[in-house]
Design a protein around this ligand. Structure first.
Ligand code: NAD
Length: 490
C-alpha cells in the first residue's frame, strides 16, 4: 500500500466506483495543515461521477442484501483486521492529511475505525424484531426489517476515517450498498481504505467513494432520486441545505451536527480528575471534536481555585509538530479555519474578556518546517457574557471559556442557553444531583465525572440544532433498515 506520508511528489486520488479506481478529470488541492502546503489532489467529482457510483451501488444491492448477515459480517471483520494490520500507515496518513498528532490518530482514529467494522459485524447478528398477538381476532402481528437500498453518506474533516466508517459499517452490515463522500479536505485515508475493500472481498459496487466538494459532489448525492437515505455528519448550516435539498424526495435523514458543549462543575467535584479531564475535553484533537467542551460553568465558591488550576493545566497542553510524540495537539485543519478560530479570541478581547493562556499570550516554538502550519495553542478565556457570540457559536478550535454560577437552577439555565444540544459533562460527587442534572440538561449525551466514554450499543446524537436522529447499535440498525408490520390471520 502506498504510504502518503512518505511521498514527496503530489498524491493524486481517484474515485472508487464499482470496485475499481476511476480517475477524475478535475481536482481540488488538499493541504498538509502542519506545513501549509498542497501535497495531494482530490477528485473534483460532480453529478456524472455520482451518477456512475449510484448506478454501481444499485447493481450491487440485490446480491449484497441477499447474503446472510453472517456472510456480510465476515467481510466487515476482514476489513477490521486489515485496518488493524495497517494502523501505522493509516495513522501517519490521517495525521498528515488532517493536522492531528500521529499519536491521536494511532490511538483513537484508526483503532476506532477498525472497531466500527468489528462492532457492527457483531451487533447486527443480535437484533430481534417485535411480535404481538391478537388472539380474539385470530391474528399474529410481527415486524420485519429490510435494507433500504443505496445509502448516501457524507462525513466531515475532523475525524475523517473514524466518522466515515461509523456510517459505512452499519449501512453495509444491514445489507445496503453505499455511495460515500468524505470531506474534500481529508480524503486520503478513505482512498487508502478502498484498497482494503478490494482485499477484504467487498463485492464491487457495495461501497463506492466519490471525492469532491459539498456543493458539487455532496449536493448531487443528496439530490439523487435513487438514494432514499442520507446519513450526514457536519455543520448545522450544511444540514439545513441537505434537509431542503432532500425534502422533495422525502428522504430518510440522519443529521449529526455541531455542539457548544457545557461542563458544569459543582463545588463537591473531585477537582484533580475534573481538571485533567476538562483540559482533555476542551482541547483534544485541537478542539476539533463535536463533543469538545467549550463552555465551563463553575460553582462560585470554587471558581477562583478552579480557574487558576485549570489555566496552569492548560498551559501544559503542548501544541506543535504532529509527528512529535511529546505534543498533545497538532495543526488546525486550514488557514481559513485558524483565522476563524482566532477571530473569536479577538472578539472575546474586544468585549472585555480575559485571555489567560494560549492565543496572543503564549508563544509556540515550532520547528522551521512547521513555521507556515496552522497552529494555535490551547486558549482559556473568562469574563465573557453568556449572550456573546463567543459563548453562543461553535468555535471548533482549542478555545474554551470559563464562567461562574451560584445555584443548580442557574447552572441548568446557562448550560441550556444556546441553540445546540449535543453533549454535556457534569461534575459532582452527589449522585442525586448528577441524576437531576442529567434529566434537566438539554443534550443527547451527558457524561458525569468523565468525558467521551462510549458504549457503541447506546444512542449517539444531539437535540436542538445539534441533530436529528441517533446512531449507535440499535439506532443505526433502525436507521439503515425500513420496518414493516406484517399481520397474519389464521
Ligand atoms: P461541513 O458541514 O462544512 O461539511 C461536512 C461534509 O458535508 C463535507 O463532506 C462537505 O463536503 C459536505 N457538504 C458541504 N456542503 C454540502 C452540501 N451543500 N450538500 C452536501 N454535502 C455538503 O462540516 P465540516 O466543517 O466538515 O465539519 C465540522 C462540523 O461537523 C462541526 O460543526 C462539527 O461539530 C460537526 N461534527 C458533528 C459531529 C457529530 O457527530 N454530531 C461529529 C463531527 C463533526
Amino acid at each position: 500500500m502506498p504510504n502518503p506520508s512518505e511521498q514527496s511528489s503530489c498524491l493524486v486520488l481517484e474515485n472508487f466506483i464499482g470496485g475499481k479506481f476511476v480517475p477524475c478529470r478535475t481536482h481540488i488541492d488538499s493541504y498538509d495543515p502542519s506545513v501549509g502546503e498542497v501535497y495531494c489532489r482530490v477528485p473534483d467529482s460532480g453529478a456524472q461521477e455520482v451518477e456512475a457510483a449510484v448506478a454501481a451501488a444499485k447493481e450491487a444491492f440485490p446480491g449484497w442484501s441477499a447474503r446472510s448477515p453472517e456472510q456480510r459480517a465476515q467481510v466487515l471483520n476482514k476489513l477490521a483486521d486489515l485496518l488493524d494490520a495497517n494502523v501505522e500507515e493509516f495513522a501517519q496518513a490521517e495525521s498528515r492529511d488532517q493536522g492531528k498528532t500521529v499519536t491521536f490518530a494511532r490511538t483513537v482514529d484508526i483503532p476506532r475505525s477498525a472497531y466500527n467494522f468489528r462492532f457492527f459485524a457483531s451487533s447486527l447478528l443480535h437484533h430481534t424484531n417485535d411480535c404481538s398477538q391478537s388472539d380474539h381476532m385470530g391474528c399474529l402481528h410481527y415486524t420485519i426489517r429490510c435494507p433500504v437500498g443505496v445509502a448516501g453518506l457524507i462525513s466531515p474533516w475532523n475525524l475523517p476515517l473514524y466518522l466515515l466508517t461509523w456510517k459505512i459499517a452499519p449501512a453495509i452490515a444491514a445489507g445496503n450498498t453505499v455511495v460515500a463522500k468524505p470531506s474534500e479536505m481529508t480524503s486520503v485515508t478513505a482512498w487508502m481504505m478502498c484498497k482494503l475493500m478490494q482485499q477484504a472481498g467487498v463485492p464491487p459496487g457495495v461501497v463506492n467513494i466519490v471525492f469532491g466538494t459539498g456543493p458539487k459532489a455532496g449536493d448531487a448525492l443528496v439530490g439523487h432520486p435513487d438514494v432514499p437515505l442520507v446519513s450526514f455528519t457536519g455543520s448545522t448550516a450544511t444540514a439545513q441545505c441537505i434537509t431542503e435539498r432532500s425534502a422533495p424526495y422525502c428522504k430518510k435523514l440522519s443529521l449529526e451536527l455541531g455542539g457548544k458543549n457545557p461542563a458544569i462543575i459543582f463545588a463537591d467535584a473531585d477537582l484533580d480528575r475534573c481538571i485533567e479531564t476538562t483540559v482533555r475535553s476542551s482541547f483534544s484533537n485541537q478542539g476539533e471534536i463535536c463533543l469538545c467542551t467549550s463552555r465551563i460553568y463553575v460553582e462560585g465558591s470554587i471558581y477562583s481555585e478552579f480557574l487558576e488550576r485549570f489555566v496552569a493545566a492548560a498551559k501544559k497542553w503542548k501544541t506543535g509538530a504532529p509527528s512529535d510524540p511529546g505534543n498533545d495537539n497538532g495543526a488546525l485543519i486550514s488557514k481559513e479555519h485558524l483565522e476563524k478560530v482566532r477571530s473569536f479570541v479577538a472578539l472575546a478581547k474586544s468585549e472585555g474578556g480575559t485571555v489567560h493562556c494560549g492565543e496572543g499570550v503564549d508563544q509556540l516554538h515550532l520547528p522551521e518546517r512547521n513555521a507556515k502550519g496552522y497552529f494555535m495553542p490551547a486558549t482559556v478565556i473568562s469574563g465573557i457574557s453568556d449572550s456573546s457570540r463567543v459563548m453562543q457559536e461553535e468555535i471548533f478550535g482549542p478555545v474554551t471559556c470559563v464562567s461562574p454560577f451560584d445555584s443548580e437552577e442557574e447552572a441548568v439555565s446557562k448550560g441550556n442557553g444556546v441553540r445546540y444540544g449535543l453533549a454535556a459533562t457534569v461534575w459532582s460527587q452527589d449522585v442525586g444531583k448528577v441524576h437531576r442534572m442529567a434529566r434537566k440538561i438539554q443534550a443527547g449525551m451527558v457524561w458525569t465525572n468523565c468525558w467521551l466514554v462510549r458504549d457503541l450499543n447506546l444512542p449517539f446524537g444531539g437535540m436542538k440544532n445539534s441533530g436529528v436522529g441517533r446512531e449507535g447499535g440499535k439506532d443505526s440498525y433502525h436507521f439503515f433498515t425500513e420496518v414493516k408490520t406484517v399481520t397474519v390471520k389464521h
